[in-house]
Design a binder for this molecule. Sequence first.
Ligand code: TRP
Length: 356
Amino acid sequence: MPTLTATPSARASQERSVSLAQTVERDPASFLMLTGDRPTGPLHLGHYFGSLENRVSLQDAGVGLLVLIADYQALTDRPAAGDLPEIVIGLVADYLAVGIDPDRAAIFAHSQVEALNQLMLPFLSLVSVAEIARNPTVKEEVAAAGSPNVSGLMFTYPVHQAADILSCRANLVPVGRDQLPHLELTRTIARRFNERYCPGEPYFPVPDALLSDAPLLLGTDGQKMSKSRGNSVPIRATADETARLIARAMTDAERVISYEPGRRPAVSNLVLLAALCRGCDPRQVADETGAGGAAALKAAVTEAVNERFAAIRARRAELAADPGYLRSVLAAGNERVRAIASQTLAEVRKLMHQRY
Ligand code: TRP
């Protein structure tokens, strides 16, 4: 995903996020949060520190949580493959292992909630093609793929994302900066629907973005962490796999380890990873490792990751041994969200005079 520089609107969102976080703390039960992941592979440490950890702490604070497995969105840049069921069930295992509680949260998949997808049609009528084309994230994806390769689904996926959020009438969406333009479009669609079909009595909540303040973790090659680049450590990796992945990580030629993200991105990223795992300041990790150099740093990172994730991994292995249970968790989540989204669609039809 492309990154955006801090535009005035990004700054405003950051400020809104801070005051929003305070409101969430005061009254968690008034929020319903929706987040999602594309089922393209197992979740990795970047997902954990960038998003999963925060989802769990909001859930534990009493915020309602819906977790979407965005299986239609995965089609924007690759065809559906035979291993999709394993990937989807693997995501459920990752979620539960990190602490998402299926008794409180609903985990569901796009393709299983018909009413959600149907809402895409009225929503498409509320936005212009030019407006979608101007969306900075869409623009960058179109530029990256080359416009002849951009499918209609890829082009309109911010509208689909609005359907994800609004079908559940979620009012809180934790996002990275790259997702802000999408959330802006969701807000626009909610407002337009309300103005057009129920002026004075808004039906859809206008959802808020909750910007994450987690530091950005890079891949083991110092580039953006991504499953397809093979530069990430999956949450479910074993201790040995973790050691191998960290051993391959890029460092630099300087002997003494320091934390200087601007000047030494690869080394600093390893330092940051160890610090996140240990819950300490990156400078402390750098000071401790100091003249030990890259080898000592890699040993420290491996140990920190393996310690931090030992319990999560043990739990994940247990869960993975019972795919029937994982499927039942997803089925229950699908059913819960189907009930919510069907009710939304029924009310939308009523407001749109589509009852004959
Ligand atoms: N676009 C998100 C991503 O690429 C996934 C996603 C789909 C999502 N629908 C969503 C996130 C709704 C938040 C809300 O990671």
